[in-house]
Design a protein. Sequence first.
Length: 123
Amino acid sequence: MQGTRGQIRTGGDAAATTLGAAPPTQPPLALFSGVVNVKPDGTADVSFDIPAFAGTVRVMAVAWSKDKVGHASGDVIVRDPVVLTATLPRFLLTGDQARSASISIMSKVRRANTQSACRPTVR
């Protein structure tokens, strides 16, 4: 055989597994409102029923008129107002008994959960 043997290469997203990050634990979240009418002051309100989800949601909007178009996007953090996390002992052997666990309480309650995520500008 002439020449040198070729190197085996992988493609696609196989390299992502070498970065050491765990795969997402939640299914992707994608919601669509459809066309929304804008109020005379140029604002619009859109509500979604978000399933059990904790993380960052990207909100995107497109606006248009007869001769103009605009778009905008923004991130909104979605989380429960109060989160309780119980931490048990890391190691137990057969026959060991644990009497207590550490409980962390995190509260993010500051105001009503209404956020303005993005403001498209029609140009």
